[in-house]
Write a protein that binds this ligand. Structure first.
Ligand code: PEP
Ligand code: MG
Length: 546
C-alpha cells in the first residue's frame, strides 16, 4: 500500500480506481506565422511560463518527497533551458515562418527520435522527458485547447492540477473524487469539488504520478490522504468512514425544513453558492434559502465563444424561475486570473491575480458587460434576482456601473422589454480598498457580499492558488476578521445587508463570530448548508455574548 498525504480540500471518502486525467492534445496544425518575431516572443513567453511551473513543482516536491524524488522537475526545467532545443524551435519559427505549436512538435519529434536511438538506457529514457516538456509547452501556448479524456466508469480523477475551465467540462457521473499533485484548498477547482459534493485532496506532490493510473485507491478528503492499493485494514476503516459520512448526511437532512435561527431567535440566512445551472438541484436538495453567489463566469468558461444575450437570458431565467421567488444573487462575469477563456484574448500578465479581471474587464469591454446586464435585467421579472459586481476597489467604478445599468434599463424600456427596475445592485467586498471605503460604497449600493477567498489573498498578499504557501494563507488572520467586521458595520450604518460568500462562510468555527458581528447571510457550497444550519440552530447568542 502506498500512502500519499496532501491537503483535504473537500470532505468525504471515495473508493475506486485511480484515473489519471489525460488531456487530449489540441490538434496541432502547420500554419504560417503572420509575424515570426511575435510568434518567437509567444514561444518564449510559453517557455518561461513552463519553467515557472516546473520551479514551483520542484520546490513543492522537495518539501514533500525530498530532493531525489523531486529531481525530475529540475531535469525538465534544464531541458527547457537547453540551447539546442530552444534554437531548434526558434529556427523553425524565425527562418521557416512556422507557428510556435508546430515548431515545438517538430522539434519534439526530432529530439525524441535522437534520444530513442541512443544505446545508453539512461539517455533512451530522456525521449519521454522531451515529450513531457513539449506537452507542457503546448499547454502553455494554448491553455484552453486541450480536452479531458475521461475514464469509462466511476473513478477517482488524478491530475497535475485541474483548471476551472477544464473542471467544468468533466462528466460528474464518472467522478468519485479529485486528487491533484498541485492545487490549493482555496483555488476554484477545490471550490468546484465542494460544490459538486465530491471529496478532494490537493497538493499531493510528485508521488502521485501517471504510473499509478488504474490502481485501486481510496481518497479521504477529511484527512487529506490518498491510499493506493489499500490493505484490508485500511479498506475496512475507510468503508466505515464512508458509511459514517453518508449516515451523517442523512441525519442532517432532518434539518431541511427548519429555519436557520439560533436558540435565542437570531436569524441568519443560509444561501447556496452555485457555479452552474447543473448545481441547482443540489442547492434545492439541501434546502438553500436562496442563492448568494451564482458564478456567471462558468457559463463563459464552458463556451467556445461569447454567450449571446439570448443564451444568457435563458440561463438566468432558469435560475430565477427554479428558485421560485427566493433571492438569487447573480455575480457578473469574474473572468481573468485563474479563470481564463481563450476567446477573450486576454494579455499574458506577470501577476494575473492583480491584472485585468472581473469588473476591470467588464468596464474596459462595455459591449460584453452590457450584453450580460441586458440578459440579467430581462430575466429579473421571472424571480427575485439581485445583481452583484466583483472586485470593486473604488467609488468611481460603482458610479460607472450604476450609469451603465441605468443605460441598459433605459434601452430595454425603449425596446419594450419587461424588467424589474428595483433589481438590487450589490458589490463584492473582496479587496482591502473596498473595505477601507466601505462606508462610502454602502451609500451607493443595496448590499455587500464579502468574498473572503480574495479578501484573504489581497489582505495577506498571498496567492490563493499557491499550494506551497497554503500554511501562510490564513483566512482566520486578525486582519481579515477586522476587515469583515468593518464591512458589516459600514453596511448596517447605511441600512443595507451584508453577507459572506467566500469559503470562510462555511467555517463552523467562525459561525458564532459572524453571528456576533451581525452578518445577515452566509452563502456556502450546497454540501455545507445543513452542517451550517445545525451549527446555527445549536448556538445560543445569550451564552456567546456573556
Ligand atoms: C471570493 O473571492 O471569496 C469569492 C467568493 O469569489 P471567487 O472565489 O469566485 O473569487
Ligand atoms: Mg473572488
Amino acid at each position: 500500500m502506498l500512502v500519499i498525504t496532501g491537503t483535504g480540500a473537500s470532505q468525504g471518502v471515495a473508493i475506486g480506481p485511480l484515473h489519471f486525467l489525460a488531456f487530449q492534445a489540441a490538434e496541432i496544425r502547420r500554419e504560417k506565422a503572420a509575424d515570426p518575431e511575435a510568434e518567437a516572443a509567444r514561444f518564449e513567453q510559453a517557455r518561461l511560463a513552463a519553467c515557472t511551473q516546473l520551479d514551483e513543482l520542484y520546490r513543492n516536491a522537495v518539501e514533500k518527497v525530498g530532493m531525489e524524488n523531486a529531481a525530475i522537475f529540475d531535469i525538465h526545467r534544464m531541458m527547457l533551458e537547453d540551447l539546442d532545443y530552444r534554437e531548434s524551435v526558434m529556427d523553425r519559427i524565425r527562418n521557416q515562418g512556422l507557428n510556435a505549436e508546430y515548431a515545438v512538435s517538430l522539434t519534439a519529434e526530432e529530439f525524441s527520435a535522437m534520444f530513442s536511438s541512443m544505446d545508453d538506457e539512461y539517455m533512451k529514457e530522456r525521449a519521454a522527458d522531451v515529450a513531457d516538456i513539449s506537452e507542457r509547452l503546448q499547454q502553455a501556448l494554448n491553455p484552453q485547447a486541450h480536452k479531458a479524456l475521461m475514464p469509462k466508469g466511476p473513478s477517482i480523477l488524478a491530475a497535475l492540477d485541474i483548471r476551472p475551465s477544464e473542471a467544468v467540462q468533466l462528466d460528474k457521473d464518472r467522478i468519485l473524487g479529485f486528487a491533484t499533485v498541485e492545487g490549493s484548498a482555496f483555488a476554484h477547482t477545490a471550490i468546484l469539488a465542494r460544490s459538486m459534493l465530491l471529496p478532494a485532496v490537493v497538493g499531493l506532490g510528485a508521488k502521485l504520478d501517471a504510473s499509478l493510473d488504474g490502481k485501486p485507491a481510496i481518497l479521504d478528503g477529511y484527512s487529506g490522504t490518498l491510499y493506493i492499493d489499500p490493505d484490508d485494514a485500511t479498506k475496512v476503516a475507510m468503508q466505515a468512514k464512508l458509511r459514517e459520512s453518508l449516515k451523517r448526511r442523512e441525519d442532517l437532512r432532518k434539518l431541511k425544513d427548519q429555519p436557520s435561527v439560533t436558540a435565542d431567535g437570531t436569524k441568519i440566512e443560509v444561501f447556496a453558492n452555485v457555479n452552474h445551472i447543473s448545481g441547482l438541484d443540489e442547492a434545492a436538495d439541501n434546502a438553500a434559502e436562496g442563492i448568494g453567489l451564482f458564478r456567471s463566469e462558468f457559463l463563459f468558461l464552458e463556451s467556445k465563444t461569447y454567450p449571446t444575450e439570448e443564451e444568457q437570458f435563458a440561463v438566468y431565467k432558469k435560475v430565477a424561475t427554479f428558485m421560485q421567488g427566493k433571492k438569487v444573487v447573480i455575480r457578473t462575469l469574474d473572468i481573468g486570473a485563474d479563470k481564463q477563456a481563450d476567446y477573450f484574448h486576454l494579455p499574458d500578465e506577470a501577476n494575473p491575480a492583480l491584472g485585468l479581471r472581473a469588473i476591470r474587464l467588464c468596464l474596459t469591454r462595455p459591449e460584453v458587460f452590457k450584453t450580460q446586464l441586458r440578459a440579467l435585467y430581462r430575466a429579473s421579472v421571472f424571480g427575485n434576482i439581485a445583481i452583484m459586481f466583483p472586485m470593486i476597489i473604488s467609488v468611481e467604478e460603482v458610479r460607472d456601473i450604476r450609469g451603465i445599468t441605468d443605460e441598459v434599463m433605459g434601452e430595454l424600456k425603449n425596446e419594450g422589454f419587461a424588467f424589474n427596475a428595483d433589481t438590487e445592485r450589490g458589490i463584492m467586498i473582496e479587496t482591502p480598498a473596498a473595505v477601507m471605503i466601505s462606508d462610502e460604497l454602502a451609500k451607493m449600493v443595496d448590499f455587500f457580499s464579502i468574498g473572503t477567498n480574495d479578501l484573504t489573498q489581497y489582505t495577506l498578499a498571498i496567492d490563493r492558488e499557491h499550494n506551497g504557501l497554503s500554511h501562510f494563507y490564513n483566512p482566520h488572520h486578525p486582519a481579515v476578521m477586522k476587515m469583515i467586521e468593518i464591512t458589516v458595520k459600514a453596511a448596517h450604518e447605511a441600512g443595507i445587508w451584508a453577507g459572506i460568500c467566500g469559503e470562510l462562510g462555511a467555517d463552523l468555527t467562525l459561525t458564532e463570530t459572524f453571528l456576533r458581528m451581525g452578518v445577515d447571510e452566509l452563502s456556502v457550497s450546497p454540501g455545507m448548508i445543513l452542517p451550517l444550519k445545525e451549527k446555527i440552530i445549536k448556538t445560543d447568542m445569550r451564552a456567546v455574548m456573556k
